[in-house]
Design a protein. Structure first.
Lengths: 297, 261
């Protein structure tokens, strides 16, 4: 136990310590499964938002480490899919997927329609559970995490934009009701919408505008992980670039992005790693320039 | 009530002529309803004769416990009927039955406890019938609305859940809309009572020879009690349906595509 306390005291000092903690906790958990880890600061390093920028600032990492998809720091966090299968009736939507979606990276999931891309995204915030296999976030099975906290950490922007309030300002605030209008305007600016959009009725938004309001609504909750399902499907080139910038900025700030997209320009522009799904199977993974599927597209 | 004017049995039989008029219209217009119309008329006659005989026995011999039993049976039947309106929702009949039961028992209990109505079988059964009927309609409407929303608004409900909102908050707009839809008919009929229609209880008393100013006292109580019964039945049925619609991980369960009934 003294070893555990030792880690606890050191936890918040600096990024190096944090990395040690991130390696040590899985070891402790494995050896002493019933151990209660006493340091809140250390736990925050592993799971919580406040510690993320300090421990995980991507800019502090050497370049070679940033570009290695499964580098040491990335290996310590993010999602792990362990033999994940999803069946609906007779159909296998996902078939024994094993993959690592690293923290502080943008992972793009590509593949033909019906390949299981959206199903995979829905597993990551527990809108669905796998029929077999496990999904882990930072080493902890999602089923052991409080689902409401998980969903605030892992924001999903669905493919079809849905308005949840009559005015844009109220729509953006649904997940964060205390957000001031000024904050809403800032979020709108981040997704490339002018400030006066806040007062607009949501019924008057075009498809592309509604899509970006949905992205702003997800950002309002300040999630660690952004799950984006075809975020540029209703956007032209310029506005698609804005969404790419949002994803890039999120990763630069220490967050994680998982992107499903048919837009290969977006994938090339923002993804660190690409997973290719076909008929529910993971058929390829690697850096965007290594993926034949993207070239063929 | 010696002066009550009630149709004789020959008079009842003569009123069958009116059914014949309706059947003739249906037949001539080829509405394909003649058979159903005649069966409905005969069925109503047989049901009412049976119910009349049963109530006679209850009033004469079973007293208040018999009345309570009768009201219980009405609640169970009403729960099944209202539950069918929400067919496709998980545990819809259970939600409807509990909703109707809570609405009816609470309202009837309050009327009895406050001494507004007499604790006699001949009072409890018809008043209970009105309350159960109102609760049934409200519960059915609420469940039907919830089912439609749970199907059509799945993307919006899931968008709320994705923001980390718990089920209660994510589903609140639809819950409200369902209870509101269920309550509106009761509120509307309360608004226009006496202006557009002379309702059953008041009509019955006037026909039985009670003076109108006395008859309206009963009707006022009836309207007020129906408001309470419908509100409670709709709310409880909607809440229970909500619990069955979501699982422990705050997810909307898949709904089968059942035909609208």
């Amino acid at each position: 136990m003294s070893v555990i306390s030792h880690f606890g005291h050191l936890a918040i000092r600096d990024a190096t310590t944090c990395a040690v903690v991130l390696v040590a906790f899985p070891v402790i958990r494995t050896c002493w499964p019933t151990t209660r880890i006493p340091t809140t600061a250390a736990t925050r390093c592993r799971t919580g938002r406040p510690a993320v920028p300090r421990c995980w600032s991507r800019n502090r990492l050497p370049d070679e480490e940033r570009t290695v998809p499964c580098g040491r720091s990335a290996a310590a966090g993010g999602f792990v899919l362990d033999q994940v299968t999803v069946t609906r009736g007779e159909t296998r939507l996902l078939d024994a997927i094993t993959a690592h979606l690293a923290a502080m990276r943008c992972t793009a999931v590509v593949g033909p329609s019906g390949a299981g891309k959206s199903t995979l995204l829905r597993l990551l915030n527990r809108l669905d559970d796998p029929s077999s296999g496990r999904v882990l976030l930072d080493g902890t099975p999602l089923t052991e995490l409080d689902v409401l906290t998980l969903r605030r950490r892992v924001g999903l922007v669905a493919q079809r934009p849905v308005s949840l309030a009559d005015r844009v300002v109220d729509d953006v605030r649904v997940g964060h009701p205390s957000l001031r209008e000024e904050g809403v305007r800032e979020l709108l600016a981040r997704v490339g919408l002018p400030a006066d959009f806040a007062r607009r009725p949501t019924s008057e938004l075009s498809g592309g505008e509604a899509q970006r309001v949905c992205l702003a609504r997800a950002l309002a909750v300040e999630p660690e992980v952004l799950l984006l399902d075809e975020p540029t499907s209703a956007l032209d080139g310029v506005n698609a670039t804005i969404v790419t910038e949002v994803a890039r900025a999120h990763v630069a700030a220490g967050g994680t992005v998982v992107l499903v997209s048919h837009d290969f320009a977006v994938v090339h522009g923002v993804a660190d790693v690409v997973l290719v799904l076909d008929s529910g199977r993971l058929v390829a993974q690697g850096r965007p320039d290594e993926i034949e599927y993207l070239e063929a597209g | 009530m010696a002066g009550v004017s009630v149709p004789s049995w020959p008079g009842v039989a003569a009123s069958l002529l009116l059914v014949a008029v309706a059947a003739a219209v249906a037949y001539r217009q080829r509405l394909r309803l003649t058979r159903e119309l005649v069966i409905a008329a005969l069925r109503a006659g047989v049901q009412l004769v049976a119910v009349g005989a049963l109530l006679l026995v209850i009033f004469a011999r079973a007293g208040l416990p018999g009345a309570a039993g009768w009201v219980t049976i009405m609640i169970l039947i009403a729960g099944q009927v209202a539950g069918r309106r929400g067919a496709g929702l998980p545990h819809a009949r259970w939600a409807a039955t509990v909703g109707v039961a809570v609405g009816s028992v609470t309202t009837l209990g309050a009327l009895l406890a406050l001494g507004v109505i007499a604790t006699q079988a001949r009072i409890v059964v018809p008043i209970g019938g009105m309350i159960v009927s109102g609760s049934m309609q409200a519960g059915g409407v609420a469940l039907r609305r919830l089912r439609e929303d749970a199907r059509q608004a799945r993307p919006a409900i899931e968008a709320r859940l994705c923001l980390g909102l718990p089920v209660r908050q994510a589903f609140l707009p639809y819950q409200r809309s369902a209870v509101r839809t269920a309550l509106l008919p009761a509120i509307d009929s309360t608004k226009v009572v006496g202006l557009i229609s002379l309702p059953g209880a008041m009509t019955g008393l006037i026909v039985a020879g009670v003076d109108p100013l006395t008859a309206i006292r009963y009707q006022i109580v009836v309207m007020y009690m129906l408001l309470a019964a419908t509100a409670l039945a709709a709310l409880v049925a909607a809440r229970l349906a909500e619990r069955a619609l979501f699982d422990h991980a705050h997810r909307l369960v898949p709904l089968p595509d059942t035909a609208d009934r």
